[in-house]
Design a binder for this molecule. Structure first.
Ligand code: ATP
Ligand code: PRP
Length: 233
């Protein structure tokens, strides 16, 4: 059997199902609406595993699923050396979102990462602690700030409603995903002008650690349906 992990709910699940359906592979949930079980039709030997989008990178890295669909932001953030653990087979063209840094819109002298760097140093001098950036993207944000030479900050973990942390006085800035920008605007935040840390989209990945010998037959059949080359893993 070849196991493929797909997000278990919401837009990502629906659009993933549509993407496979358009290529002759039907995925559907089985059982009652809330039951996390599913099946694949159109290619034999493929098992559907419905998982949280955030857990798919770890399951791929552990080799418990052969293939997985999730956001490229989550793979890069959750896995150290992601390219050593998974292979990117195809960007799927949906789930587009930018990982950005945003600061209060009223900070009129902070528009770029260099401005943030200067503001962070001034903040520490004035308050005696480092400027707080709320995020769930710890690895990507740390790597980016190191590259940009920003050091006077601390990350504050926020697993949701991150844009609210500034108003709630638990952070001075945030790093989060945005697509329409509505949540940022509604919370009086502005994006730093330097461009996103990462442009994410839903992507099909293959595990480098899974048992590909046992799954070779279903993988060849699935790759043919999807118009993909069989990856050398
Ligand atoms: N507003 C958005 N527009 C487009 N894509 C988004 C948006 N918010 C999040 N995403 C993308 O959706 C993917 C899943 O996001 P997230 O980790 O928030 O999952 P979730 O929906 O909370 O599910 P779960 O809690 O089961 O992990 C990520 O790759 C993220 O980039
Ligand atoms: O730019 P926008 O279109 O406004 O979208 C951005 C929002 O969408 C995501 O949140 P989600 O709805 O997944 O909830 P969360 O707070 O639990 O992450 C993301 O974390 C932002 O909060």
């Amino acid at each position: 059997m070849l196991k493929i992990g797909v997000p278990s709910k919401g837009r990502l699940m629906e659009k993933t199902f549509d993407w496979f359906e358009a290529r002759g592979v039907t995925m559907r949930k089985t059982g009652n609406e809330r039951e996390y079980s599913g099946e694949v039709q159109g290619v034999s030997g493929v098992e559907l595993v419905l998982l949280s989008a955030g857990e798919i990178p770890r399951e791929l890295a552990a080799g418990r699923i052969h293939l997985g669909v999730t956001g490229s932001d989550l793979v890069r953030d959750k896995l150290a050396d992601w390219e050593g653990q998974v292979a990117e087979l195809a960007p799927l063209g949906f789930g587009h979102a930018d990982l950005i840094i945003a600061v209060p819109a009223c900070w009129i002298d902070v528009d770029s990462i260099d401005d943030l760097d200067a503001a962070a140093a001034a903040f520490r001098a004035a308050h005696g602690f480092r400027l707080r950036i709320a995020t769930k993207y710890h690895r990507l944000v740390r790597e980016y700030l190191t590259e940009q030479g920003v050091a006077d900050y601390q990350l504050v973990d926020s697993q949701g409603a991150t844009e609210g942390t500034v108003k709630n006085l638990t952070a001075e800035a945030i790093a989060d995903i945005t697509s329409t920008g509505e949540t940022l605007r509604a919370n009086h935040l502005k994006v730093l002008a330097d461009g996103p840390i990462h442009q994410s989209q839903a992507t099909l990945y293959a595990s480098r650690g899974a048992d590909w010998v046992a799954a070779a037959g279903p993988m060849a059949a699935l790759a043919a349906k999807l118009g993909l080359a069989v990856p050398a893993l």
